[in-house]
Each structure stands twice: as structure tokens, then as C-alpha cells.
Design a protein around this ligand. Structure first.
Ligand SMILES: *Cc1c(COP(=O)(O)O)cnc(C)c1O
Length: 379
């Protein structure tokens, strides 16, 4: 079955009660056992450990990533928090400075628990000597937020595995439709499913996916004990959202390319996956397309607040991945917990505008930006 079919038919209808075309939402928290020693044949006993709706979502997602198992979490942060629990005090996480603000906050907190975190400006420059024996996890976000830097997943995986370090990739921005980190050698894929997988800005959810059964057991244990599970209703909503992932993304990518062209014609600097010349080849090799997120520098000749207030279609709001187009300034939203020095170091200027492109008509999106730019031009 090809990917686009798997999005919809990945879980056979025959597995649904009554062969219902869409799965039911199982709300039950507890399940009758066959006897005092054994669960019933479904294997499900208690809703935190397993739920039929959540299990179905996990099975579908594992399939889409070419993995063996997935764990659905209450949020992307809960998924990230479960992965970092694989690292023990005294051990080290290698990651990038240019990373989602919430992930940065989580990693900073880990330092209080005796875990060392090293932020690299560019993971592509990692060498064998960076993998000291204490390095247990490399956490990659590719492309990264908000400057869309691309990391060579294959290269890092080879280096990391020589030192028996795990490689986790936050694949939120591209999804398995455009990039499959497990196939590229990564051990763990992490998602904020709140974004493109859900696609409708109405579910907060996270996922981890792995291809090794031992690692799957460890993460299942963490999910069970940590308890940050996804609810049955949100699991259902995510199964529903995933069905339209590729059709939504196709339109979003088309719109994104048009808008990048439009902004570049104005002579503004744009950032998108592979826009840095040295990352173009990596992006082309490891991903099918650029996704639907880009950023640009608003020149000083335009008033930032007037520009943002002048937009009628783009909403100034955090988040991304929904069918609605959103716009934001990372310096005051997702990356406000960075110090001004850190922001400057990782290229997050106060005039950096991040655009999360939706599926609206491209002519309306272009007009909206055009008018807001015209109105905000300083004399
Ligand atoms: C949004 C986001 C997260 C956090 O996910 P939540 O679902 O909001 O908890 C993590 N990583 C990336 C890249 C994100 O965009």
C-alpha cells in the first residue's frame, strides 16, 4: 500500500467494530479480565496503559514512519519529556541552539537533574571527537524553528551509533509525508502532532515512534509510568486529521513556494529548508519537499506593528500546521525565553517574521501581505 493510501486505509476497516468506516471512540477506563491472572484477549486492562482508540492511532503512525511502535502523548512536550527520560544524570545530550523554545526550556530544566546539555550552532559540523562516552542522545530538529536550518540526519546517525548514542529527530515541520527520519538512520521520531498531523488547530498531541522493539518497550514503560497519555477523543481527532495530511500539505507547499517568491521579489531575506546554500543538497537528499513554513526579515523601512495589524487573513498567533495561515514574531513568542544574546547568536532577530502557510487561495494570501506591506512603509 502506498503512503497516501496508508494515511486513510492504514488500519483496515475490518478492525473496527461493526466494520464502521471510521473507528469508534472508546471512553472506558477499565476492561474486564478473563481471569485473575490474565487480561482479556485484547491485552487491554486499564486506560492509561492502553486504550483501543489510542492504540489504533499509534499503530497507524508507526506504519507511516516505517517504525515498529508509536506512543501517543498529551502534547509534543510530553513526547519530548518521555524521550529525555532515556538519559540519566551524568550523561549528555547534544542538540542545536536553533530549536523550538519549549524544547530549550525543557532541556535547561534537565541541567538541574544532573544532565549536561550542549547546544551546537550547527550540528552538521559535529565530528567524531564530539561524541564522548557520556553522550547518550543527539536531539535534532530538522528543519529547525524558526530559521529553518537543515541537519544531515544520516551523517549524525552514523557518528552517533559509533558511540552507541541515540538519535532523536523532531519531525514536526515535515512529517513522514516529506521526511522519514527512521529510514535515514534515526532511532526515535518525535512529533508535536498539534501541528501538521492534526492540521486543524484543535488538538494538542504528541507522538514518539521507534523502529527497535527494546526501545519501544522502554518508551511504553515511560508512557505508562509518566502517564502523559493522549485522550481517546484527541486520539480519534488525530486519526481523522492524518487522513488529509498529504492533500493539505500539497496545497500548503504550493502556497508557500508562491509566497517565498513574492517576498523574494521584494528583495527581503527569506529562510526556508535548504535556503542556506550549504544545506540545499542535504535537504534535497533527505526530504521530499520544503514544507509550509518560512521566515523573512522585515526591513527597517517598514513598521513592524503596522504591518502585523494590517493583515486581515494571516492571524498573528503562535503555532503552525493548521489549514489557517498564521504569522508570528519568534523573538516575542516561541523564543522569548532565550536571552537577547542567545537570540542574536542563533539568528532570531526582532524583525524576523515566521509564516505558517495555510490552504487559502494564494491570490488572497499574496494580496493580504502586499496591502499590509504597502500600509506599513515608512515615508
Ligand atoms: C509546537 C512544537 C513542539 C511542542 O509541541 P506541543 O504540542 O505544543 O506540546 C515541539 N517541537 C516543535 C518543533 C514544535 O513546533
Amino acid at each position: 500500500m502506498n503512503y497516501n493510501t496508508r494515511l486513510i486505509q492504514g488500519i483496515p476497516v475490518e478492525e473496527n467494530p461493526y466494520q464502521a468506516i471510521v473507528p469508534p471512540i472508546f471512553l472506558a477506563t477499565t476492561y474486564k479480565q478473563d481471569n485473575f491472572e490474565q487480561p482479556n484477549e485484547s491485552g487491554i486492562v486499564y486506560g492509561r496503559g492502553g486504550n483501543p482508540t489510542r492504540n489504533q492511532l499509534e499503530k497507524l503512525v508507526a506504519q507511516l514512519e516505517n517504525g515498529v511502535a508509536a506512543q501517543a502523548a498529551a502534547s509534543g512536550m510530553a513526547a519530548l519529556a518521555s524521550v529525555v527520560q532515556l538519559v540519566k544524570p551524568g550523561e549528555t545530550i547534544l542538540t542545536q541552539g536553533n530549536i523550538y523554545g519549549g524544547t530549550f526550556d525543557l532541556l535547561e530544566d534537565l541541567k538541574e537533574h544532573g544532565i549536561q546539555v550542549i547546544y551546537h550552532e550547527n550540528l552538521n559540523r559535529l565530528e567524531k571527537s564530539d561524541f564522548t562516552p557520556d553522550v547518550k542522545l543527539v536531539l535534532i530538529e530538522s528543519p529547525s524553528n524558526p530559521s529553518l536550518q537543515v541537519t544531515d540526519i544520516q551523517k549524525i546517525a552514523v557518528l552517533a551509533h559509533e558511540q552507541e548514542s541515540l538519535v532523536a529527530v523532531d519531525n514536526t515541520f515535515l512529517t513522514s509525508y516529506l521526511q522519514k527520519p527512521l529510514d535515514l538512520g534515526a532511532d526515535i521520531v518525535i512529533y508535536s502532532a498539534t501541528k501538521y498531523l492534526s492540521g486543524h488547530a484543535d488538538v494538542i498531541a504528541g507522538l514518539t515512534v521507534v523502529k527497535d522493539t527494546g526501545l519501544a518497550e522502554k518508551l511504553a514503560h515511560i508512557q505508562h509510568t509518566f502517564g502523559g497519555i493522549l485522550s481517546p477523543f484527541d486520539s480519534y481527532s488525530l486519526i481523522r486529521g492524518i487522513k488529509t495530511l498529504s492533500v493539505r500539505f500539497d496545497r500548503q507547499i504550493e502556497n508557500t513556494k508562491e509566497l517565498i517568491r513574492f517576498i523574494e521579489e521584494k528583495g527581503f531575506t527569506t529562510y526556508f529548508p535548504g535556503s542556506a546554500p550549504e544545506q540545499k543538497e542535504i535537504q534535497a537528499r533527505q526530504a521530499k519537499d520544503i514544507g509550509a513554513l518560512f521566515s523573512f526579515e522585515l526591513p527597517e523601512a517598514y513598521d513592524l506593528q503596522t504591518f502585523l495589524s494590517g493583515l486581515k487573513i494571516f492571524a498573528f498567533a503562535p503555532s503552525l500546521g493548521g489549514v489557517e495561515s498564521l504569522i508570528g514574531t519568534p523573538a516575542t513568542t516561541s523564543h522569548r525565553s532565550f536571552t537577547p544574546e542567545q537570540r542574536a547568536h542563533f539568528g532570531i532577530s526582532d524583525r524576523l517574521i515566521r509564516v505558517a502557510v495555510g490552504i487559502e487561495d494564494i491570490a488572497d494570501l499574496r494580496d493580504d501581505l502586499e496591502k499590509a506591506l504597502e500600509n506599513s512603509r515608512k515615508e
